[in-house]
Design a protein around this ligand. Structure first.
Ligand SMILES: [Zn+2]
Length: 294
């Protein structure tokens, strides 16, 4: 259910096999460990905790949340002794949208009955926050917004490993964020010396592939922008955009366990709405309205 991989000297990666290949990590020092994100299902985060306790035999001192989305943050309560670190906006969003979402999920899914949200104890919003596990393991935390406003990256300096959160995914997603910010976050990543780029979802990207992977995401974003801009010439931009498939924008529909086409459509629809203030009109919508009126 959870795949585990040692990425570098100090970094372990955990990946969900059941939920959109979401990633979480553990960074190990000589006396304690840092968890970066939790997994989507409570039992998956429990698996992480057991590995840390039994195999690594280390206490978890900090839990860093790359952003407030449920699949990355809701497992923080599994580490009651740890201080939670995140962006200032993450605290606010967890306390509002996160709380609302959890209430709903609790009513529908028994597995989430015991989930308790943990609001971050330490927050920052600009610049960089540094954490030292020992003289040889330095973590640098800095904002990487765009997928969501509260996105942060966690750079393990000596290992040259970056946890990018959802600012890097095999298919960029910005339905809730800001596409300009996402572009600049991707450009920030491209300048960091890296052995491994750990996306919020999907496979680890290795050194030789990182620049191409970032370029491919930038290209996808510029294609989406182009089509959305062009769609405004049509009476029914939604009809036109409905035919703009994920492949047309340079990405495979098989990405992220097959949810790519769905995420792609949301990217387009939300980006259009942000640009023009309404969702793209489609002709069948209009027919429906006419029928209703009649
Ligand atoms: Zn997310």
């Amino acid at each position: 259910m959870v795949l585990r991989e040692r990425v570098s000297e100090h970094v372990y990666l955990f990946q969900s096999e059941v939920y959109a290949q979401v990633n979480a990590g553990v960074i190990v020092g000589p006396k304690w460990a840092v968890v970066v994100d939790t997994l989507a299902l409570p039992e998956e985060t429990r698996t992480m905790r057991e590995f840390i306790a039994r195999e690594l035999r280390l206490p978890v001192r900090y839990v860093i949340l790359t952003h407030y989305h449920a699949d990355h943050s809701w497992g923080a309560y599994f580490f009651p002794g740890a201080l939670v670190i995140a962006h200032t906006a993450c605290r606010r969003l967890l306390d509002t949208r996160g709380r609302e979402a959890l209430e709903k999920v609790r009513q529908e899914e028994p597995a989430y009955q015991r989930v308790k949200l943990v609001l971050p104890h330490i927050t920052f919003d600009t610049g960089e926050l540094r954490l030292r596990l020992d003289p040889k393991v330095t973590l640098r935390l800095f904002p990487l917004p765009g997928h969501s406003e509260d996105g942060i990256g966690v750079y393990v300096e000596e290992d040259r490993v970056l946890f990018a959160g959802d600012a890097f995914m095999p298919l960029p997603t910005f339905m809730e964020g800001d596409v300009d910010q996402l572009v600049s976050s991707l450009k920030t990543m491209a300048k960091i010396p890296l052995e491994n780029l750990i996306p919020g979802h999907g496979q680890v990207v290795l050194r030789g592939e990182i620049q191409d992977a970032i370029k491919s995401n930038l290209k996808y974003i510029s294609e989406v922008r182009k089509y959305v801009r062009y769609s405004a010439r049509y009476r029914y931009p939604g009809d036109y955009l409905g035919k703009v498939t994920v492949e047309k924008c340079g990405k495979s529909p098989a990405l992220l366990g097959g949810v790519a086409p769905h995420l792609h459509r949301r990217n387009i629809w939300e980006f259009f709405r942000r640009r023009f203030g309404v969702y793209p009109r489609t002709s069948d919508e209009e027919e429906e309205t006419e029928v209703e009126e009649a």
